[in-house]
Design a binder for this molecule. Structure first.
Ligand code: HEM
Length: 468
């Protein structure tokens, strides 16, 4: 979030940098909010687009030119598979001229998505990795949307928080938190799995990672949901005023956490394995608080990156095992399949549908001429269902040989930093679920969120049967 205007190519001028150091964070955000409101008054393009849900024709029959991959209701309408299959088969690098987010190319085959993701010299992650743009005053500087060298420096600074040694330390804590949540679940009566399990567990994991006040953990979920639901960016439903207002207490708390932790460690307390302790311990990042927006960018990226993704894999797994009951039976008969199943669930769900890139030069991709500056959408949700790469791709097959080959974590320099943590969290969840419950029955079709970006659920009603 900025005080004024946009940051160009992630370069912050020295005056702004100084301002950000001396002005308290809540005033910075309030300033950004005022700026955003003013821009919405004077510039129609800054107002949130409105999306109206209408019936969507089957992708197999619609004229190719009418396919609209920017429709945020495509997933909810159950039409995303047919649309993407049509593109994979007939127009794998497909240009869409019109839509609320401007023109873009859809890249839909596994090999092409891989080629784009691996080639950061030609395909830039700047300025945004979403289909649209962030509203004025809203540019949070996150390394997921930066190119080298800045990306590499910032990623290296926070990587330690999810390093194998740290994950090992975290495992028993995460397991005990999973156990707590599962032990409190009602048996034999309907409840919303998304709220009671997926959101709750993800919130606990993020609070652990950030050492955020445990009782306030839902604030992390809330801010993350608001950020990823910005209508102009992803076609979601967030209200901008609510988003700015929710950011203030969270950011204030995070700044306080840093200073408090620094003081305690200076007084001799043993550092923990959370993000701030690790940054304080590292020569390269121990003074990052002097660049508050950079620190906050890293903090918010970890929270947003770990939120929708892990949560929707937790819900998607339950849904998929209900859609493919033979696989549920296979799992119960052989719980050693859990690690492979976790990869397969992530492939099947693909919680982030895509990442966006911009061509840095004219280039050719699978026969199509891409111009410098063109926007490309790498559809992970399509690459993971590409029949050229996965057999029977629409099915969940928990012992699938190449399940780990999925591309839901991306590839190349931006490959998901939290992938091992996400896998660990999902593995522990299923290791703890199987001995407790005989069945997790989905009672009705889930409610699906409105978004071009997040493939997620807001409601999944289930009923548990206790183990005999
Ligand atoms: C990047 C997916 C969980 C933190 C990414 C990317 C994807 C992704 C697709 C971009 C890859 C690219 O551009 O090539 C997922 C999925 C998850 C998950 C599917 C769970 C199933 C997490 C968790 C965290 C996290 C738990 C942290 C706690 C990040 C970060 C980046 C990232 C920091 C930016 C990496 C970079 O730009 O270098 N993730 N993610 N993710 N993810 Fe995840």
């Amino acid at each position: 979030i900025n005080v004024v205007g946009r940051v160009k190519n992630n370069v912050v001028d020295p005056v702004r940098s100084k301002v950000e150091q001396v002005v308290p964070i809540d005033q910075l955000v309030r300033g950004a909010h005022l700026y955003n409101r003013a821009r919405r008054v004077v510039d129609r393009r800054e107002r949130s687009p409105r999306f109206v849900e209408k019936p969507i024709a089957d992708g197999a029959t619609i004229p190719l030119a009418d396919i609209d991959m920017s429709n945020p209701f495509l997933y909810r309408a159950g039409q995303w598979e047919s649309h993407l299959k049509r593109l994979r088969d007939e127009s794998p690098v497909h240009f869409q001229k019109k839509g609320p987010f401007g023109p873009f190319w859809s890249v839909t085959r596994y090999e092409d998505v891989l080629a784009v993701d691996k080639n950061h010299h030609v395909f830039s992650a700047e300025p945004y990795i979403v289909m649209g743009k962030m509203p004025a005053g809203f540019d949070i500087r996150m390394f997921i949307a930066m190119d080298p060298p800045k990306h590499d420096v910032q990623r290296a600074a926070v990587q330690g928080v999810v390093a194998p040694k740290n994950l090992k330390e975290m495992e028993s804590l995460i397991r005990s938190r999973v156990q707590e949540v599962l032990d409190e679940l009602p048996v034999g009566e309907p409840f919303n799995w998304v709220d009671r399990v997926s959101i709750e567990l993800t919130g606990r994991m993020l609070a652990t990672l950030a050492d955020y006040p445990y009782e306030d953990r839902r604030e992390l979920t809330q801010i993350s949901d608001l950020a990823s639901g910005v209508p102009a960016a992803t076609g979601g439903t967030s209200d901008l005023d609510e988003t700015f207002s929710a950011a203030v207490p969270m950011l204030r708390k995070v700044m306080h956490l840093w200073h408090d932790k620094a003081a305690r460690i200076a007084a001799g307390e043993k550092p923990g394995f959370d993000l701030i302790s690790l940054m304080l311990a590292d020569e390269g990042t121990k003074n990052m608080i002097d660049k508050p927006m950079e620190f906050l960018g890293n903090f918010v990226l970890l929270v947003v990156g770990g939120n929708d993704t892990t949560r929707n894999s937790m819900s998607g797994g339950v849904l998929a095992l209900n859609k493919f009951p033979d696989q549920f039976a296979k799992l119960k008969a052989d719980p050693k399949l859990i690690p492979n199943m976790v990869s397969e669930i992530i492939r099947w769900q693909t919680p982030l549908a895509y990442m966006a890139r911009r061509a840095k030069e004219d280039t050719v991709l699978n026969g199509q001429h891409i111009k410098k500056g063109d926007k490309l959408i790498m559809w992970y949700s399509s690459a993971n269902r590409d029949e050229r790469h996965f057999e029977r791709p629409d099915e969940l097959i928990i012992d699938r040989k190449n399940a780990r080959n999925h591309i839901a974590f991306g590839f190349g320099i931006h490959r998901c930093m939290g992938n091992r943590l996400a896998e660990m969290q999902l593995r522990i969840l299923w290791e703890e679920l199987l001995p407790r419950f005989e069945d997790i029955k989905v009672l009705e079709e889930p409610e699906i969120v409105q978004s071009t970006f997040v493939r997620g659920y807001s409601k999944l009603m289930v009923e548990l049967t206790a183990k005999k």
